[in-house]
Ligand binder design. Sequence first.
Ligand SMILES: NC(=O)c1ccc[n+]([C@@H]2O[C@H](COP(=O)([O-])OP(=O)(O)OC[C@H]3O[C@@H](n4cnc5c(N)ncnc54)[C@H](OP(=O)(O)O)[C@@H]3O)[C@@H](O)[C@H]2O)c1
Length: 309
Amino acid sequence: MRQDWSLDRIPDLSGRVMVVTGANSGIGYEAARALARHGAEVVLACRSGEKAEAAAGRIRAESPSASLEIVPLDLADLASIRAFADTLRARKSRLDALINNAGVMALPRRTTRDGFEMQLGTNHLGHFALTGRLLELLLATPRSRVVNVSSMAHTFGTIRFHDLQWERRYSKWGAYGQSKLANLLFTHELDKRLKETGSDTISVACHPGWAATNLQEVGPKMAGSKLMETLSAWGNAMLAQDAAAGALPTVFATVEPLKGNEYVGPTRMMGWHGPPEIVQPLPKARDPETAERLWEVSEDLTGVHYAFD
Ligand SMILES: NC(=O)c1ccc[n+]([C@@H]2O[C@H](COP(=O)([O-])OP(=O)(O)OC[C@H]3O[C@@H](n4cnc5c(N)ncnc54)[C@H](OP(=O)(O)O)[C@@H]3O)[C@@H](O)[C@H]2O)c1
């Protein structure tokens, strides 16, 4: 019988440099922890220095030789993304994996520093800009990869080119679905462009199923809804897997030999739980025209133009 994929499958990662966005909490924390335990130099890319220090302390307590570095990153601020990339390029000569994990879900309408709707701005545009600014380092590293953390929520997402920032009518779940569909379209288009230029850098995606993390409580707290907070906590307690299990698809997507554009997720309970395998997103997540158009719009909005050569 085939063995379920587990962290025992992680090879020795000594000498590999990996960036995890949102590494202080939930899936990002668990992925950083697992990768550091196997020898990777992990950069914790977090917006709160205090939370990042606490996360690093927890990882070091169980893996004293873990190689961890904290570099501040706020994905809701293009200037912070630029500063992060400048710092990383100054400190590192390689980047084996960029794990675009940080995210927010179903918030009341907010905007980023640059005026983007917060979920699109953080989950997609921030990571789009970050990846573009780190492209040179990725291309300079043999067999490097970009790992984008998407969600089953991509299934109800559409890319609303006529109102991308939800200025006319806001739906907090619609905006989350759009941002998570954008993660998959970005994965597809980036991998296509990398292959067209003959690069061995790949772009892949994953999703954690349903994992009990802080993600579900941030929106209700911001909205001041005790009822939604209670319901979210109840849902997490009754139906979710834990964050460590939710991080397995991310770790699989980071360390397994892949060709590019794969999507990794749990395989039991309709994709909510279980060990990771390669799964299939809805066809709209790989629609070539939407992917190309979103790419062009994202370059225009962020001002980050990818240079593949
Ligand atoms: N949990 C699930 O069931 C589930 C399901 C599908 C997909 N996902 C995806 O998994 C990813 C990780 O989420 P999670 O469940 O681990 O949630 P989480 O515990 O809330 O972690 C989210 C992380 O993102 C960070 N973050 C949010 N906004 C940021 C910003 N502007 N700049 C930098 N970092 C920012 C948070 O930082 P702070 O701690 O400072 O807020 C935190 O470190 C997300 O992309 C989410 O969409 C999760």
